[in-house]
Design a protein around this ligand. Structure first.
Ligand code: MN
Length: 203
């Protein structure tokens, strides 16, 4: 099982971190040990002073594929949920400054909580999915798929140029604006529309 993630796929989020908009998808991976299934607590690692939440829509791959044409990409995923791309922002900034890989900032243990999946057949309009995250019952992030820079089908096609995708692989599709630091004791919840799909307590 592989976890693919996409960076800077919502313009307002790219800007809040002072980044340019990408001209091609920014792809990185997390290992299976990053996965936290719904309801499991996130243990705040002691190597970082600044872990940020990034709520993202997550696709689940249902079919083997390689070099997929964008017009067939929709056949390769059939479930969706929300997940959190936890990011050690202090490490990310340090590594970016040195031009070094992001893994320590992005791929550490427990850095990918994922909610309960729902079939895509239950989504009315894929081009306008609303999703959100609350921290201690306050809405902190709120996004719509209409604001994606690269669509789900473009992402699946692009990733499959470089990596064979396989059933069970997950694709984190990017975060909208509103990322912020989490602290021990925070209670994070993720929603598609008003359906709560993810709960994650920071311990
Ligand atoms: Mn992200």
């Amino acid at each position: 099982m592989k976890i693919f993630c996409i960076g800077r796929n919502y313009a307002k989020h790219a800007k809040e971190l002072g980044n340019d908009l990408p001209t091609e998808p920014i792809v990185f991976c997390k290992p299976p040990t990053a996965l936290l299934n719904d309801g499991k607590p996130f243990y705040h690692p002691n190597f970082s002073e600044n872990i940020h939440h990034e709520i993202e829509l997550v696709l689940r791959v249902c079919k083997n594929g390689k070099a997929i044409d964008p017009k067939f990409a929709h056949k390769y995923y059939n479930q969706i949920t929300v997940g959190i791309d936890f990011t050690a922002r202090d490490w990310q900034n340090k590594l970016k400054d040195k031009g070094q890989p992001w893994e320590i900032a992005k791929a550490f243990d427990g850095s990918a909580p994922v909610g309960s999946f729902i079939p895509l057949s239950e989504i009315e309009d894929m081009s306008n999915i609303e999703f959100s995250m609350t921290k201690n019952e306050q809405v902190v992030q709120h996004g719509f798929t209409r604001d994606l820079i690269f669509s789900f089908d473009e992402l699946v096609s692009y990733i499959s140029r470089f990596f064979t995708i396989q059933p069970g692989d997950l694709i984190f599709t990017g975060t909208p604006e509103g990322v912020s630091q989490v602290k021990i004791g925070d209670n994070l919840e993720g929603f598609i529309g008003n359906r709560k799909l993810l709960s994650c307590k920071v311990c």
